[in-house]
Design a protein around this ligand. Structure first.
Ligand SMILES: [Zn+2]
Length: 151
């Protein structure tokens, strides 16, 4: 019997309509108005531009530039301090508010951050609530030496 499997806590997802993370790298879902083309995140219905009510989902970029950042030391109930919030400017001309994953004081405005999925807080039952977050962009992409140095 796999007793551990049955006792395993369910993980609660926060706003599953905003974050796709089941297959491969996570991405955020933007909503584009089918009438006027305005793109919003999160979904605003009706469209604030034309009152349209039909939308198509758009896969947003997975990284953006940090517009502002705040370290929180006295937090909301259920949230373990310190934590970090920021506004991230996306190439799609969207400014998205999100929690940042990392050390307080380690983020700077204008730095590139990338999307990840992780615990943003606990729910009432003490279970982790998973949603989108941003972290420092990994610099683990080594240059392609063969291509650059071949003559
Ligand atoms: Zn519209």
């Amino acid at each position: 019997m796999a007793a551990n499997e049955t006792n395993k806590a369910d993980i609660t997802f926060f706003h599953p309509d905003l974050l796709e993370h089941r297959d491969g790298a996570p991405y955020l879902k933007g909503y584009r108005c089918k009438n006027c083309g305005q793109l919003d995140f999160p979904k605003l219905s009706p469209c604030p531009n034309c009152w349209g009510e039909e939308f198509e989902t758009v896969k947003l970029s997975t990284s953006g530039k940090l517009y502002s950042v705040t370290d929180i030391f006295i937090g909301q109930a259920g949230m373990q301090t310190p934590y970090i919030f920021g506004y991230i400017d996306f190439p799609e001309n969207l400014r998205i508010f999100a929690q940042l994953e990392g050390e307080p004081g380690s983020f700077q405005c204008d730095e590139e951050v990338e999307l990840t999925a992780g615990e943003i807080r606990k729910n009432r039952d003490g279970l982790p609530l998973i949603s989108y977050k941003f972290k420092k962009k990994s610099s683990a992409t080594p240059p392609d030496l063969h291509r650059h140095y071949k003559t």
